[in-house]
Unconditional design. Structure first.
Length: 282
């Protein structure tokens, strides 16, 4: 069983790999923090970058936590420098985007974990306004977000005020824009046969498809009503059409291996599609 998984793993692993080697990146937490701080200073002209402690930087009014990127660089010998560069460019752009006003067209809904939300809130100024996430299933939640040219930032009550809409309307607008952006599921997904794992990894909002519960109905029907889904990365969805215990456990192990390899880890939970909601597979 699952003899065809190697090809899927190679596709997904490619998202986390690059040609740059990590041997020149410091291994210790303190030295790694200084190294990344230097990258930020070069990117931002040296302004407002302060080392607050191992794997903690203050950048303008934001806090940058380097735990994820440090963990990634500790586990791989390729792609580390590229990933640091992408991270630095993204955070630098985010500091600029914070001052940009949202438009109705930029609102989206993203799927993240409760741990992500806690970390994101910790990085915000203490007096910053925060929107409460909405439950999806298990440890996954839905958040309204603002899609900027280089970054995606969590929306705030202030964004609702700027747009002149309520928080409920902000969520609904995000879902509407998400449906308009993403191709219909059955145009990008094919039914997974026994022993196969299907995957989606072509759009940064692929994990947000879980917020569009009704859109998964055709795939579940094509798989005889059996659909188990995972989102190991923010831009990747895996699924199977087999609910036998041995298949589920093999799938669970595979999801964990992808989650451990990706530079954008999300969750290792497995979710079962039902006509009314997602349910955690225990």
């Amino acid at each position: 069983m699952f003899t065809r998984l190697c090809g899927v793993l190679m596709v997904l692993a490619a998202m986390a790999c690059g040609s740059a080697r990590a041997q020149d990146v410091p291994k210790g937490k303190a030295a790694f923090t200084e190294y990344v701080a230097a990258q930020f200073r070069r990117e931002m002209g040296g302004a407002g970058v302060v080392v607050k402690g191992p794997l903690r930087l203050a950048i303008g009014g934001m806090q940058a936590n380097l735990d994820r990127i440090f963990g990634y660089c500790s586990q791989t010998v390729t792609g580390c420098e590229r990933e640091i560069s992408n991270y630095v460019e993204g955070i630098a752009q985010a500091t600029k985007d914070r001052a940009a006003l949202p438009t109705r067209e930029t609102v989206r809904v993203i799927v993240r974990t409760r741990q992500y939300v806690a970390a994101a809130w910790a990085a915000m100024p203490k007096d910053a306004q925060k929107l409460q996430p909405r439950e999806l299933a298990g440890g996954l939640v839905m958040l309204p977000a603002i899609d900027m040219p280089r970054t995606i930032r969590s929306a705030t009550p202030g964004d609702s005020d700027v747009l002149g809409i309520s928080t409920d309307e902000l969520f609904e607008l995000g879902l509407t824009n998400l449906r308009a952006q993403l191709k219909p599921l059955m145009e990008v997904a094919t039914a997974a046969k026994q022993g196969q794992i299907g995957h989606l990894s072509s759009d940064i909002y692929d994990s947000s498809r879980l917020a569009l519960h009704e859109s998964w109905s055709p795939l579940a029907k094509a798989q005889g009503g059996k659909l188990i889904v995972a989102v190991p990365a923010t831009n990747a969805v895996l699924y199977i059409g087999d609910d036998a215990p041995v298949a589920i456990e093999a799938f669970r192990l595979f999801v964990k291996s992808v989650w451990a390899r990706t530079a954008n880890p999300l969750s290792t939970e497995l979710l079962r599609w039902t006509p009314t909601r997602w349910e955690v597979v225990r």
